[in-house]
Design a binder for this molecule. Structure first.
Ligand SMILES: [Zn+2]
Length: 254
């Protein structure tokens, strides 16, 4: 790992060997500018001899993103960036639950808000957006301390569905998160327009979460089924195994 060097005008110079940096620091020719990434600043101005062969390589991943700086294909600096995807998801979830519980308490009237619920173009899920912001922050940080002239990014398409459910296949996979009415149609077909729990026909059927949302169940089609109002209400917050404890056949089918 090399140490980043700035001249007295904060222009990035060629990164140097840690031994050389230690020498400069010990002789009082430089001081520490930043600890992460470790950067020293020279006390005197130095003519910038330009070498533009520094390359920043990015290797994005869902949990971590790899950062590497190469000089003539030699690795001179590398780091791994840990993303906060799950933390962000949990934070938003707890906020939602707090707001939801607020509605049932006796609190001051708060006007409903609709307009700010619209998603702007290019919207990404907060956990994904944080990944993008993390990478941009670090790229900006690095180009300030190293004369990078080329950025190479491994092209990866995040498959968010596979991240959520690695066993996803068939119709779910092709259609992704279906529009609501498509989900309904699909579920009605799947269960032959009968309640999944009691097989009643010709009654209004509702979309039902197999693993309740309150217990962390998601909206993916694999967690949805169709049920009559009575069954839906009878099941409520129960676990599917609890609710169908007396009907092993139906439980297996679902
Ligand atoms: Zn039913």
């Amino acid at each position: 790992m090399r140490v980043f060097v700035l001249d007295s005008n904060k222009k990035p110079l060629n990164p140097c060997h840690p031994g050389k940096a230690r020498k400069l620091l010990n002789h009082g020719l430089a001081s520490v500018f930043k600890r992460y990434p470790f950067t020293i600043i020279l006390k005197e101005e130095k003519p910038l001899h330009e070498s533009n062969n520094y390359q920043l390589k990015l290797d994005p991943g869902s949990r971590t993103t790899g950062l590497a700086i190469l000089y003539d294909n030699n690795l001179i600096w590398a780091a791994e960036l840990n993303h906060r995807g799950l933390q962000i998801k949990d934070a938003l979830l707890s906020r939602r639950q707090i707001r939801r519980s607020r509605r049932t308490r006796k609190t001051r009237y708060r006007q409903p808000r609709f307009v700010n619920r619209r998603r702007p173009q290019g919207w990404l899920a907060p956990s994904l957006m944080s990944r993008v912001h993390n990478i941009i922050t670090w790229v900006n940080r690095l180009i300030k301390v190293c004369p990078i002239n080329k950025i190479v990014q491994e092209l990866v398409r995040f498959d968010t569905q596979k991240i959520n459910n690695p066993e996803i296949s068939g119709i779910e996979y092709q259609q992704g998160t279906l529009f609501n009415y498509e989900v309904r149609e699909y579920l009605l077909e799947k269960w032959q327009r009968k309640c999944a729990y009691c097989s009643v026909q010709n009654v209004p059927l509702e979309i039902e979460h197999i693993k309740p949302k309150s217990k962390g169940g998601g909206n993916s089609v694999s967690n949805l089924t169709i049920a009559c109002r009575q069954c839906n209400q009878a099941k409520g917050n129960q676990d599917i195994k609890e609710f169908l404890s007396g009907k092993p056949n139906i439980l297996n089918k679902i």
